[in-house]
Structures are given as C-alpha cells and as structure tokens.
Design a protein around this ligand. Sequence first.
Ligand SMILES: O=c1ccn([C@@H]2O[C@H](COP(=O)(O)OP(=O)(O)O[C@H]3O[C@H](CO)[C@@H](O)[C@H](O)[C@H]3O)[C@@H](O)[C@H]2O)c(=O)[nH]1
Ligand SMILES: [Mn+2]
Length: 736
Amino acid sequence: MAAVDWDIHEEEEEGNRYLPLFEAKSAKGRIAYWIYAVSVYVAIALVCFNRLIHLLLQIVTEEDDDDKLMMRRRWWCMGGLLMAELWYSFYYFITQILRSNPIYYSTLKKNLCRRYEEEKLLPSVDIFVCTANDQMEPPLMVINTVLSLMSYNYPSNKLNVYLSDDGASVFMFYALLEASRFSKHWLPFCNQFNIEPRSPSAYFSSISQPQPQPQPPPPPHQHPLLPNRCLSIKQLYEEMEARIEESMKAGKISEQVKQQHVGFGEWDVFTCTRKDHQTILQILIDGRDDDAVDVEGRPLPTLVYMAREKRPQYHHNFKAGAMNALIRVSSRISNSPVILNVDCDMYSNNSESVEFPGLNANGGPMYIGTGCFHRRDALSGLKYDEKANKIHDWNDHQKHITDNGTDGLKESARMLEETSKILASCTYEQDTQWGKEMGLKYGCPVEDVITGLSIQCKGWRSAYYNPKRKGFLGVAPTTLLQTLIQHKRWAEGDFQIFLSKHCPFLLGHRKIPLKLQISYCNYLLWAPNSLATLFYILVPSFCLIKGISLFPQLSSIWILPYAYIITATYAFSAAEFLYSGSTARGWLNDQRIWLYKRVTSYLFALTETILKLLGFAKSGFVITTKVAEEDVSYRYEQEMMEFGAASPMFKVLGTTALFCLFSLASVVVRSIRDPQRAILVVNELGSQMILSSLVVVINLPLYNAMFFRKDTGGMPFSVTFQSLVLASMAYLLALY
Ligand SMILES: O=c1ccn([C@@H]2O[C@H](COP(=O)(O)OP(=O)(O)O[C@H]3O[C@H](CO)[C@@H](O)[C@H](O)[C@H]3O)[C@@H](O)[C@H]2O)c(=O)[nH]1
Ligand SMILES: [Mn+2]
C-alpha cells in the first residue's frame, strides 16, 4: 500500500444522503517511529561520511610501489561500496516517505444503511474473476472463489459475477455450471446461518478443525438447525466436487453431462484449442429472469462465463486483455457502476466487505490487481470530474441496458450473449484506445500498477481498507522458486514503468502529490536494488580472500554506526514481524528471501528489462501455480525451503553462497595457521568476516539443500555441481 496523506473530508448535505461512510485514523506511536528512522539515517550518513574521508585521504597519501596495486584495488572497491551505501540511503529515504504516515480506515455501516434506506438505491456491483489455466488453477478452487463472491451480504440482484477463462477450459465451464446449481442451496444457507467465510471449501475446513476439548458445547448464538443443515449441504458440495474431479480425471465431459447445457456445444467446434477459438459467452444465471431463484425463491446474482476470442495472430495481452474484454461485455449485460476485480484464488473471506466500495475515499494505495473495487468510469479511462461524480442515482448507469430490448421487451439471454460476443473478439480493439487510454494498459507485466497510477493521475483517489476480518484470502506461492519468479515479474514490470513515460515523476507531475510519486518508487526501483546488494556481498568476500580491508577496524569507533544500523533495523523488522503474528523461524526465512529476491529475481528482472528496452526480449506472464504436491505442502507447513528445481536462479544463489563460504573459510584457515598474526587479521578484517558470516548464516538452508538433504526438496545435483565449479573458479581468480 502506498502512503495516504491527503485531507479527508466529506460534505454533509441533504440530510442523510451524504453522511460519511468511513473514518480515517493516523497510526499511533509515530514519534517513536520517527526517532528510530532518523537515528538510522544519521548512522547511514556517518557510514557514508567515513567512507568518503577514507577515499579522499587515500588519494593524498603516497604508497610505495609494492602496495600500490593493492591500494588501487582497495580504492575502487571502497568507491563501489560508497555507491552502494549511497543507493541504500536513498532507498531508505524513499521507504520512510512511504511509511511516514499510515492511515487506517474504518467503515460506518450504519450510515450506509441510512444513506441508502431503500435497498434499490444501492449501486450494483460487477465482479470480475480471472482464470487462465485449469491445471495451475483448479476449477474447484475457482468456483469456491466464485461462490464466496456470489454470497456477499448484499442484495443478490445487485451482484453480477463474471468469470473470464483464458484457458477456455470445458472443465472450468462445467465446474461453473455446477456452481450455478449449488449456489441455489449455498446462498440461502449462508444467509440463514450468517456463516463466514463463504467459500464452501474454506468454510467446511474451518468447521472441521480439530477441537481442543473433546465435546465443546455449541456456541450460544448458534442456530439449532445449523449442524443438520450443514451436514446436508456439505454432502451436496462433496457430490459436486466428486463429479468435477471425475470428469477431469476422465479428461472429457460425458455425453450425459453435455446434454445438460447448450454451452458445451461451443467446444465441439473443430478449431477450439486454448490458443485458437471463438468467443464463448454463456450466461449461466440471468439475474433479470424471474425464474432465476434459489431454493427459497429469492433472486440469484447473475453469473456469466466468458472465454474471449483467441487467435494465434493476435496478441491477447494476458490479464489486461481479459479484463478489458470483461469491462466491455459487462457493460452490455449489467453495466454496474462499481467493479470488483479478484484473482481466481482470492475468495471473499468477509461477506460484509462489499459494503465499502472505496468510493469517495482518498489517498494513494496502488491497484494490485486483486481485491480492488473501482468505479467503472475510472477503470474505463474517464477523468475524474467532480460534478459528474456527485452521484444521486447510482442506477442511472443501467438505464440504457433496460432500454435495450426492442419495444420494451427484455432481450433474451441467448440474444444478449450473441450481441455481446463481438465485444470480446480479437479484432474489436483494433484502432481503438483500448489498452492505451481505455481500460487496463497493455505491454506491462504489472498491468495493475501501471493502470492504477494512470487512474490516480486522472484525478481519482484510492483508499486501502483492511478490516479486522480480512476481506479476501488467496493462495501465495508455496515454493521458493515460485516466489522468486513472481517477484521477477513484478520487479520487471515495475522497473519498466519507471523507465517509461509512465514514470510517476513524469506522468504524475502536478497530478498526484510528490509524496505519492516518491512512494511509488519504493516498488518501481526493486530491480536496480539488486546491483547494490550483489556488490555488497561479493566484493567484501573477494577482498577477504585478498586480505584487503574495506571497513573500519573492530577497535575503531567508526564501527559503531555499522553495528547500530544492523542491530536497529534487524530488531525493528523482527519486532514488526512477530507483532503481526509470525514465528521467529518465519522471520528468519523472510530475511533469507529478502536476500534471495535481490540476488535473483531483481537481478534477472533488471537484465530482462534492459534486454527488452534494447529489443531483444518480449513481455511474458508466468502464471503462479496455485496447487502443490502433498510433500511440498508438508514441507511448506514445516517452514522448510523448497529447492528441487534446476533453475538458473538457483545456480546464481548457489554460486554466491559458496563463494562467500570459501572466502570466509580461507581467512579462518589462514588465521589458524598463523596464530601470531591472527589478532591483527581479526582486527583488520573482523567486520568483513562478520558480514560474510551473516551471509553464510542466512544461506545455511542452501548449503543444507546442496549437500545434506535427501528429500525431493533438496537442490538438484546439476545445480550443486555447477555452482561448485563456478564458485571455485571465482575463488581461484580472486586468489591470483
Ligand atoms: O493470460 C493471463 C494470465 C493471468 N491471468 C490471471 O491473472 C491472475 C493473476 O495471476 P497470478 O499467476 O496469480 O499472478 P500473481 O503474481 O499472483 O498476481 C498479481 O500480480 C499480477 C500482475 O503481475 C496481477 O495481474 C494480479 O492481479 C496480482 O494478484 C490470475 O487470476 C490469472 O488467472 C489471466 O487471466 N490471463
Ligand atoms: Mn495470484
């Protein structure tokens, strides 16, 4: 989330209509935080100052010939370290701007009820779920997300859920069809018993958690019918689950099932493959239809399946392309003024959070692609216009839809499908502003961030709302490699934005506050961070082998700022981590991943961005797997790192880790051999040895994975071997 620092006020007019819908509060303990931040800054300044003095002094002192080469090397290494230190102090400054004044929002639901006394005045919401691959994103997970969204505690006839399937998978379609039927039971169940969360699988696993006591009495507020109804609905769910899994296992949809819906016919077309197919658009539940009701006769939300047209000769622009097709198709079908966008793994965990569409809120958090509410106008690329946005009737938007039918007759769902399909075709966007000025932007691996920035530059504001009961829960990568690849995509996209004309300082100049422009850079500059970190790790190790000292002696007072920075920042981050409910081991792993990301993801992102700029590489989007093998999940639960893949990223990690180990070992061995000089060496090179030891400690699981682990999560032999060869070569090179 980016910093939010604008004034918050909302007019009170026309009695209840403009009562505020939310409150904003600044975080507590600001002063203590600032004391900490400034003290670290002073220490960083001292470090840089000390280094600068050293560099200058060395220029004026003459050395004899023997030492000359050594001293020259030392000077250059020190100069590099100074650059890295300056970079980090700059980056630290950006981070402090970002963290300068966190604001927490809370919603005032009572006012919402008063403002919209009549339900029919509430805005309707279009919910977009994106999926792209039925193997990495299992249909069952996707429909759980869909069901959780359909069962929001909001008038059902005001909800429209769209699933975009870039994988054009018949199994996904089948699962959604099953979900549409199951929702007739699930929605009334959620309503009657007011359960949370409303993703069936998350709910069932939450109630089947082993109870601490043998037979706990039911909570007093629990409905007496709940246990029975729960059993029967769980059975329904499990039957559905079995049917879906069976069909996936069989690899085809049975004839009997195919007869249940005309939509299956779309997959019978000869050329229908994942990358080459016509638009498939099926309205599975038509909210306008009086017969679309649940088992208790209440209306159901509209539910639509869409696989936009794909042809090999047209670039599909990944998720941004899918979102833009959804924006257009939904404008024809429901045209709600508010849009909620979630990834297919992000189920709604809080059925009330839909009541806060972040409408008039302010500030600057970024659009992060999932769990974000938008005004349709903002997402479509319109500028914010105060007059036009004093909304008095949210339902104005939809008037043209109801007027669509000829002679006031409602268009049938089939007709609507046919007329909307064209909006999702490959050619629709040709010679239009879609992907540029309209909708989500194309050509960037983080379409969300770049789109969000341009929305803010058009005068819209955003707010971050983090209720006690989390609004959405999703699947984070469970293996190290997936995390690294995901971060590479993000770092690459972010840095690409920084280097483009969408750089916040250019695009945002005079449009968004300077503070917000700077805050964006905290993310956009991830990639170049890699250079400073790599330098700081490799060069001191290299000099350790050579016996060149780069830091103040251990007995010098100048060592104190270094010691302070390390202890203060580590203590702060550990405290922050533990406070947010994680374990110490989790924190340690996080420090490791911090380093690994910088040495691999960011480095790869940096190189790829440069290659792309030079025209040697193209944008891609590697989807994150949302499923894990059983043993992988088990190791994840145990907080064990997962290596088990022959990735170039691991070779880089392995090589740097081994190189640091070799260099540390070499000084230790040298000191043991020559005990008389040992004290001298330790005083001279002590801080460097501490730095190397830190790196070695951080890398312990890596050595373990390379040489000791026997399970499939260990490092593949080929990676270990190549890293050994490379690190030894580097070591020998440093020696001579
Ligand atoms: O061609 C594609 C590729 C991806 N997706 C969907 O995009 C979403 C995000 O993909 P995922 O692999 O889960 O990536 P993450 O890194 O977890 O996603 C984050 O980062 C992305 C930008 O890099 C944003 O698009 C996402 O919304 C944001 O949650 C998923 O629902 C995918 O199904 C598509 O619809 N079409
Ligand atoms: Mn994801």
